[in-house]
Design a protein around this ligand. Structure first.
Ligand code: BG6
Length: 484
């Protein structure tokens, strides 16, 4: 395995915060390709030395061993270029060719587009015009960061555009949630444990809740976020990917194709709401100022319009029109500036009415909670008789905290994804078919029903649990959000 990884947007936030730390860690663990170079491409003019120094300042915070750090920095070369200017790409090509022959890379090239999505098309076109990607050789890869489109049409345009220049097998679309260890673990939890696989259907499950709550606001990403909102930014990608993994049927095996095929079946079966149904199943919110906590309101954030109606919070009741899940609601919830950072899935099982009648006592539902972050683990709640009292039942818990284990060092999602990229592990990336169906589901809510969307928006104080309307959404069915 040998590679030159060219990162467009090589001096951007994503590269500094996620890509370089992840690559450094892989280097420390000797998990980079044998011959591996990084070419950081960005617009600003600076020398190689200046760029390495800049990265060094940042990475020193995570790497105390100077030998490891210097070895990593030595792999990096910087090139300043305009993403739009074709002539700059001939310089880029020369630089790549030089590195290739110096380090015997044998033409294995990865182009990682970590730029604003506005540049995805022009970069790929310019790469193709300079013959750096083509349909023939098959030893180049294009990595496309999120977001892949803003709706079905734009996503399709981008996809068609990419396919003009490169094969589907060589396109790697990022959804970094697929690199989270507990999300990958869902398949193993479900299919290697008959105690769970035997009860994974409408016959035993009452509802499933998928929650991704964030404490942070929109940070410096106002321009992007105001056109996106929680539905596109989180639900269409990360939350639906979790839903697909939780709901898919058992695949023939864990090969990429088989797993993705089953997941696509679920995305195809998502019930699509028309505008008159949207208000019944969706609650949206936007955070407002919290003086006590010194949190700005969304509309006061940099780059946000004073009268913006963009949702920073979304809760949805989703149904899957598939025999396994007939009548089972999936509740999804996500928001910025909530009271905590946590991603978790709660599976609430049906109560056995006959047993309740026979024991003549009311008892709680069984709960399985899969904790994805910050804590990673599994929590199961079940019923037992209270000690010394014959006729009282109480709900007790069994908790497995994976991230609390001594020496537990989960790979960061980007570390896993980059390592998967070098090994062509496409299960860690999304396919066009998946994106197509998830956009079909989100578009009516985020786009076509925009008038209804305005009516759905309610305001919540930053740093709290989100709008009341999300509690109402689930309460209507006699259920409630399970806490973490
Ligand atoms: C990104 C979104 O895809 O995921 C961000 O664009 C969000 O808005 C982030 O904050 C959440 O990722 P994580 O790994 O922190 O849960």
């Amino acid at each position: 395995m040998k590679n030159i990884l060219t990162i467009f947007g090589g001096s951007g936030n994503l590269a500094y915060l996620k890509l370089y730390p992840a690559l450094l860690n892989l280097d420390r663990l000797d998990q980079l390709p044998d011959s591996f170079r990084i070419l950081a491409a960005a617009r600003s003019k600076r020398s190689n030395e200046e760029f390495r120094l800049e990265i060094k300042k940042r990475l020193q915070l995570v790497e105390s061993d100077p030998i490891i750090l210097d070895r990593f920095l030595e792999r990096i070369t910087y090139i300043s270029l305009s993403f739009k200017d074709l002539e700059d790409y001939s310089r880029l090509k020369k630089r790549i060719d030089t590195l290739d022959s110096k380090y015997s890379i044998e033409n294995n090239r990865i182009f990682y587009l970590a730029t604003s999505p506005d540049f995805f098309s022009i970069i790929t076109k310019n790469l193709s015009d300079q013959n750096m990607i083509n349909q023939e050789t098959g030893n180049q890869k294009i990595v496309i960061e999120k977001p892949f489109g803003t709706d079905f049409e734009s996503a399709k345009d981008l996809n068609d555009h990419l396919l003009e220049f490169i094969h589907e097998e060589d396109i790697y679309r990022i959804d970094h949630y697929l690199g989270k260890d507990m999300i990958a673990n869902i398949l193993y939890l479900r299919f290697s444990n008959p105690i769970f696989s035997g009860v994974w259907s409408k016959d035993y499950i009452d509802n499933i809740q998928i929650v991704a709550s964030e404490e942070i606001g929109i940070q410096e990403r106002g321009r992007y976020y105001d056109d996106s909102g929680a539905l596109r930014d989180m639900v269409q990608k990360h939350l639906l990917q979790i839903l697909g993994t939780v709901a898919m049927e058992m695949p023939d095996n864990f090969d990429t194709h088989c797993v993705q095929k089953e997941k696509i079946q679920i995305f195809k079966s998502l019930r699509i709401y028309n505008c008159s149904e949207v208000s019944e199943h969706i609650a949206l919110g936007q955070y407002k100022e919290n003086k006590q906590k010194s949190f700005k309101g969304y509309r006061e954030e940099k780059g946000i319009k004073d009268d913006s109606l963009t949702e920073t919070f979304a809760a949805l009741e989703v149904f899957i029109d598939h025999p396994t899940w007939k009548g089972v609601p999936f509740y999804l919830k996500t928001g910025k500036r909530l009271d905590r950072k946590a991603v978790y899935i709660t599976i609430e099982f049906k109560k056995d009415k006959k047993a309740e009648h026979m024991i003549n006592k009311k008892f709680q539902s069984n709960i399985l909670q899969i904790k994805i972050q910050p804590e990673e683990g599994i929590n199961v709640r079940f019923n037992l008789k209270k000690p010394r009292v014959e006729d009282e039942i109480s709900s007790v818990e069994m908790d497995f905290c994976k991230s609390c284990l001594v020496d537990y060092l989960a790979p960061d999602a980007y570390e896993k994804i980059l390592s998967g990229l070098f090994k062509n592990e496409k299960l860690l990336f999304t396919t066009w078919e998946e994106l197509k169906h998830t956009w079909h589901f989100i578009d009516p809510i985020a786009k076509s029903c925009s008038n209804t969307k305005k009516d759905l928006l309610s305001f919540y104080t930053a740093g709290t649990k989100g709008p009341e309307s999300s509690i109402e959404l689930i309460k209507k069915s006699g259920r409630h959000w399970w806490p973490y």
